[in-house]
Design a protein around this ligand. Sequence first.
Ligand SMILES: *[C@@H]1O[C@H](CO)[C@@H](O)[C@H](O)[C@H]1NC(C)=O
Ligand SMILES: *[C@@H]1O[C@H](CO)[C@@H](O)[C@H](O)[C@H]1NC(C)=O
Ligand SMILES: *[C@@H]1O[C@H](CO)[C@@H](O)[C@H](O)[C@H]1NC(C)=O
Ligand SMILES: *[C@@H]1O[C@H](CO)[C@@H](O)[C@H](O)[C@H]1NC(C)=O
Ligand SMILES: *[C@@H]1O[C@H](CO)[C@@H](O)[C@H](O)[C@H]1NC(C)=O
Ligand SMILES: *[C@@H]1O[C@H](CO)[C@@H](O)[C@H](O)[C@H]1NC(C)=O
Length: 458
Amino acid sequence: MGLLTVLSALSLLGEAAYAAEFNIGRHISVAPYPKEDTMLPLAEFSVPFTAKAPRRSSKTSALAALRGKPANTTRSKAFGAGDASTVAVDGGNFDNEYLTNVTIGGQHFSLIIDTGSSDTWVAQKGFNCFDLDGNPVSPDNCAFGTDGFDTAVSKTFRLFPNVSFNITYGDGEFLSGPVGFDTVTIGGLSIAHQEIGVPTLAAWRGDGINTGFVGLAFPVETSVYNTTDPTKASNENQLPYSPLFFSAFFSLAFDRASFHQEVNDPFDPNLGFLSFGGIAPVPVVNRAVTVPIQGYSATKGIPSNGPGSEFFFYTVDVEAYTFPGSNRVFTANNNTVLDSGTTLNLLPADVAAAYNAQFYPEAVLDPDFGVYIVDCNARVPDFSVVIGGKTFSIDARDQILPASTDDEGNIICMTGTQDGGPDVADGIFVLGDVFLHNVVATFNPVAGEVTLTQRAKY
Ligand SMILES: *[C@@H]1O[C@H](CO)[C@@H](O)[C@H](O)[C@H]1NC(C)=O
Ligand SMILES: *[C@@H]1O[C@H](CO)[C@@H](O)[C@H](O)[C@H]1NC(C)=O
Ligand SMILES: *[C@@H]1O[C@H](CO)[C@@H](O)[C@H](O)[C@H]1NC(C)=O
Ligand SMILES: *[C@@H]1O[C@H](CO)[C@@H](O)[C@H](O)[C@H]1NC(C)=O
Ligand SMILES: *[C@@H]1O[C@H](CO)[C@@H](O)[C@H](O)[C@H]1NC(C)=O
Ligand SMILES: *[C@@H]1O[C@H](CO)[C@@H](O)[C@H](O)[C@H]1NC(C)=O
C-alpha cells in the first residue's frame, strides 16, 4: 500500500524524475487494510505515571541487541548478527524514562514501563551488584529505588523451580536469577500468578527510583530459560511466557515535560497515563487509525506476514515521514518499532540526515557522539509520520532535547530525530517518546493491532 501511495503520488504530481532517488525495490507491508477513524472508548481506568527519572544510558533491551550492539545475547541470535554500524544515541543525562507504581506480592515498587521488551522483573532483596564488566561492586552502585523484592515476605510468591531469568540490555546492563509467580497490581488491576524475574545478580545503572521493569512486548522476547544455570541460557532452552497485560489491551499517553523540567527537575507528577480497556484520558483530536502489527520471520528476523511469522515488538509500517524536502528521500519503512523505552526517534540514516539539515541553524552530526547536535534555540522544521493513511504530527518541542552540558556548564542540545542506521533489510528503527508524546498509543497484542490517536496540542 505504501509503495502504491508513493508511486501514484509521484505520477499524479508528474514528478517521476524523482523516482531515481527512491529505492523503488522497497515496499511496505501488504498486511490487512488499516481501519481508519477508529475512535476508541475512554479507558475504564487509568494509572498515572508517577515519576520521570533521569534515564539510564540503556536503550531498550532487545532492540539494541538485535542491532548487534552486545553481540553476545541470546536474543541477538534470534535475529542474526544485526547491524553493528548503528550509532549509540542514548545516554543523554537528561533523557527520561516513565515509571509507575506497581505492587508485587504486597510490596511497592516504581517500575519502568517499556513496550520494547517483554519481561517484568524486580531486583530481589540481597541481590549482588556488578559493574558492566562483571566485577562485583557494592549494592549502592546498582542504584535501585528500594532494597529489592523480599520473596520470603510475600504470601503469594511461588518459585518456578529449575529455570532461570537472564537478560542483557542494549547498553550492556544485565541481570539473572530465579523466576517466580506473584500477584502484580498496577492501579486497580491485579494479575494473579504473573510470571516475573526476581534477579539476584544485577549489573544495573539505576536512577535511585526504579527497582525494575514492566515489559509489554511479545512472548517470543521473554527471557526465562529451562536451566538452573543462567549462563546456559540459549534459544534452545527458552521458555516463552505471556508478559503482563498480554491478554488486556492497554493505552499509553506520555506527556512531554517542559525543557526547563527536562534540565532541572527529575520529578514531575503530571506525566500521562497507562490505561486499560480504552483510550487514555487526555484530549485528542478526531484523527485515529488502527493498523496491524508487523510480524517478523522467526528465522531471518526481517519483517514478514507470511506463514511462520511472529510478533516480536510493536512494529508498524510507516508509509512516509513528511518534512520540508522529504519528497527527495525514500521514507517508507516497515521495520519501525513503537518503543516507550526509547526517548528518541531513531530513523533510517537518509531520513535523519535530510530532516536534520532542515533545522536553522542546521543540526550537525557530532563525530564523537554520533548524534545530531543542534542549537537549543534552533528553528524546528515540521515533521509528521504517516501511518495507515493518517498523518500524525510531532510538536516542535519534542525535536530539541537537552543532551548534556559542556565544560562550562552550558546545555548542549540534540535533535529528537536521530540516525538509526542504514535502511538495510534487517535494520530496525524506533519511534520513541519523541513521537509517543504526540499520540495516544493503544496496544492490542491479542488482536495484533495498534491504534494511534493524535493528541490535542498541549
Ligand atoms: C518490508 O520491506 C522489505 C524491504 O523493502 C521488503 O523486502 C519486505 O518484503 C517488506 N516486508 C513486508 C512484510 O512487507
Ligand atoms: C561473544 O562471545 C564469544 C564467546 O562466548 C567470544 O568469543 C566473542 O568474542 C564475543 N563477542 C563479543 C562481540 O563480545
Ligand atoms: C507512588 O508511590 C510513592 C511511593 O510509595 C507515593 O509517594 C506516591 O504517592 C504514589 N503515587 C501514586 C499515584 O500512587
Ligand atoms: C528440579 O530439578 C531437580 C534436580 O534436577 C529435580 O529433582 C526436581 O524434580 C526438579 N523439579 C521440577 C519441578 O522439575
Ligand atoms: C526442561 O527440560 C527438561 C529436560 O532437561 C524437561 O524434562 C522439562 O520438561 C523441561 N521443562 C519445561 C517447562 O519445558
Ligand atoms: C546469560 O546467558 C548467556 C548465554 O546465552 C551467558 O553468556 C551470560 O553469562 C548469561 N548471563 C548471566 C548474567 O548469567
